[in-house]
Design a protein around this ligand. Structure first.
Ligand code: PGA
Length: 255
């Protein structure tokens, strides 16, 4: 089970970030069978990365990266920069980046560069709104097909797909898509992958859910939604709430 923490533009100071990371790391140790990937703001990546030894179940990741390695791109961070501080996990295509103008084509370029550089990519997809005619399914299909257009079958093994319906993000308890709805989307996403790659083995590509995940809904989302993990925003900012989600994931994995 993969549990990803997306801290977004939080917390306000490095010292708070260190406290949050060390608490998270402690509780993650107790969550057997769970891989935790914590994505702080880029400024904090390096000092936080230095706080702990390499582990196979706990990683620091980036919330975004730029597709070019170097050049006149003010404010961006690159793959070589991340690699130089031993970071090999990155979220790409988060709806908040897409909302700032990132296109499906930009996402595709980033995903292929990151995969080729050996990164594990948490690729975010998800519709902005739902309509009764079901055209949101076409939106999700298009996002997947474009984002993965340059990723080979082998490269796909480095991708975790995070389905995050944008209308369910940051809304708080009770606003997540229900477990049944999540399960339907997991099946749909796998079908799209199968259409693309024409191999049954792609059906085991991890699909995560994100959007108002909390300690109350986490277990049902994982069990009945049959996801391979969760992408957590707001509730990753407290050791208690994120810890409860990690422990729920452990319970689901080990029972
Ligand atoms: P949320 O955010 O858990 O606060 O809804 C999830 C995300 O944006 O990745």
């Amino acid at each position: 089970m993969y549990i990803v923490a997306n801290w977004k533009l939080n917390p306000a100071s490095l010292s708070d970030a260190k406290t949050l990371l060390s608490g998270t790391k402690e509780v993650a140790k107790k969550a057997k069978g769970v891989t935790a990937i914590v994505c702080p703001p880029s400024l904090f990546i390096s000092p936080l990365r230095e706080l702990y030894r390499k582990s196979t179940t706990f990683f620091i990741g980036a919330q975004n990266m730029y597709a070019e390695d170097t050049g006149a791109f003010t404010g961006e961070i690159s793959i070589p920069m991340l690699k130089s501080v031993s970071v090999n996990h990155v979220i790409i295509g988060h709806s908040e980046r897409r909302g700032m103008g990132e296109t499906d084509e930009d996402v595709a370029k980033k995903v292929s560069r990151a995969v080729n550089a050996g990164f594990t990519v948490i690729l975010c997809i998800g519709e902005w709104e739902r309509d009764e005619q079901g055209s949101y399914l076409g939106v999700v299909e298009q996002q997947i097909k474009t984002a993965l257009s340059k990723v080979t079958y082998t490269g796909l093994s480095q991708v975790l797909l995070a389905y995050e319906p944008v209308w369910a993000i940051g809304k708080g308890s009770g606003s997540a898509l229900d477990a049944h709805g999540v399960h339907q989307m997991v099946l749909y996403i796998r079908k799209v992958l199968k259409d693309m790659y024409k191999k049954n083995s792609v059906l085991s590509t991890p699909v995560l859910y994100g959007g108002s995940v909390d300690a109350e809904n986490a277990e049902a989302l994982m069990r009945e939604g049959e996801v391979s993990g969760l992408l957590v925003g707001g509730k990753s900012l407290s050791v208690k709430s994120f810890g409860d989600i990690l422990l729920a994931a452990s319970k689901v994995t080990t029972s």
